[in-house]
Design a protein around this ligand. Structure first.
Ligand SMILES: Cc1ncc(COP(=O)(O)O)c(C=O)c1O
Length: 386
């Protein structure tokens, strides 16, 4: 067999999948390693998808998506962020992952550098590598509350740096970027003429702090605008399997966007688009219910970790808790999560799945059943005071 392309051989293993698949093969395992919301989907959303099939509306849609859905995404973004965004800037994509790939495909040539958070969501690096670009992790240090420091980013910028990835609320950290820091990071991007890809997968879930989109600080004209905002309904409405989201782009890119979209997926499946339209424009009880559940789970899980003496980052958004298990993991958390699964029947995502700074940490998914979460965490080894 001939060799695969070198950049494909280099795409790293996804350690979240590694432990989760091992857990699925382990009878009775408590799976706290993956962020899959578990509530039944709202009926009106399912019905809108089924009605599309009943009408036999199963042909291609425009590359950018059906106009009503583009407008619904734009209207939501205008309402929530106060940004002056028209439907013409919204591209409907097959989930945030395809949106990230689309944005990176537009911006990165082989050898270009892209700044990504460390710890950060694994596909930022995977997608960059797949495009022959060079992902460069910018450090998020525990002693700085895992918030980025503009001077650390500045020190990593070279003449090959083309784009900066921001992710707030963060997976895996549950950290949220405040308005002042977001503005500073946008100023930095402007000073160095970088594109910004803002992954806002978890924008619907913040606890006692607002979600502030970097697009609020972006310029409005084609020459000034630099932010691609990646949105998805996977988390907001639990529509992971329908593969539906949107990329909000700077103005003036329509033809290029169509060309790149055509050569990646052409368009998103019509039933998913109609289901998404119903989700965005119909009753919002699902989101309120999910948000309440995640907050309750966060508080209950934090209390268990407190009782075991295990330090963690106070989650302000998303549905993850980032916990320090360095007292148990012996400098190799990837191996430790496998042993913990084998010995205690609980799967946690190793911090190293998200970058080198995750060594000694685990990510706990808060989106499942509260009983499983509390039972799983109670099996963690106690941390004795020094
Ligand atoms: C930060 C982040 N970005 C992107 C994605 C991909 O989401 P989607 O299912 O919409 O492709 C996820 C999924 O977990 C995520 O956590």
């Amino acid at each position: 067999m001939p060799e695969l392309a070198a950049h494909v051989r280099d795409v790293p293993v996804n350690q979240i999948r590694e432990i989760t698949e091992a857990a699925w093969r382990t009878p009775g395992a408590l799976v706290l390693s993956i962020g899959e919301p578990g509530f039944p989907l709202p009926r009106h959303v399912l019905e809108a998808g089924m009605a599309c099939l009943d009408r036999d509306e199963t042909n291609y849609t425009p590359n950018a998506g059906i106009p009503a859905l583009r407008e619904a995404f734009a209207a939501r973004f205008r309402e929530e962020q106060g940004c002056d965004v028209g439907a013409d800037r919204v591209y409907v994509v097959a989930g945030a992952q395809q949106g990230l790939h689309l944005a990176m495909s537009l911006l990165l040539s082989p050898g270009d550098e892209i700044l990504i958070p460390n710890p950060g969501y694994p596909t930022f690096a995977m997608t960059g590598r797949l495009l022959n670009a060079v992902p460069v992790g910018y450090p998020l240090y525990p002693e700085n509350g895992f918030q980025p420091r503009p001077e650390d980013l500045e020190a990593l910028i070279t003449d090959r740096t083309r784009a900066l990835v921001l992710n707030s609320p963060s997976n895996p950290l549950g950290a949220v970027l405040g308005g002042d820091l977001t503005r500073e990071l946008m100023d930095l991007a402007r000073r160095h003429d970088l594109w910004v890809i803002s992954d806002e997968c978890y924008e619907a879930f913040t606890y006692d702090v607002p979600h502030i989109s970097p697009a609020r600080f972006d310029g409005g004209t084609p020459g000034e605008a630099r932010v691609f905002t990646s949105l998805t309904l996977s988390k907001t409405y639990g529509l992971t399997g329908l593969r539906i989201g949107a990329l909000v782009c700077p103005p003036g890119l329509k033809q290029k966007m169509d060309n790149v979209m055509e050569s990646i997926v052409s368009c998103v499946a019509a039933p998913s688009q109609y289901a998404a339209l119903a989700a965005l424009t119909g009753p919002q009880d699902y989101v309120q219910h999910a948000s309440g559940h995640y907050r309750e789970n966060r508080d209950a899980a934090s209390a268990v970790l407190d009782s075991l003496g295990i330090p963690y980052l106070q989650a302000q958004g998303a549905f993850y808790l980032w916990a320090d298990v360095s007292h148990a993991s012996g400098g190799d958390v990837r191996s430790w999560v496998r042993r913990f699964l084998a010995d205690s029947g609980v799967a946690l995502a190793p911090g190293t799945a998200f970058g080198s700074i995750g060594e000694g940490w685990v990510r706990v998914a808060l989106c499942g059943r509260k009983e499983d979460l509390l039972e799983g965490l109670s099996r963690l080894p106690v941390r004795k005071p020094n």
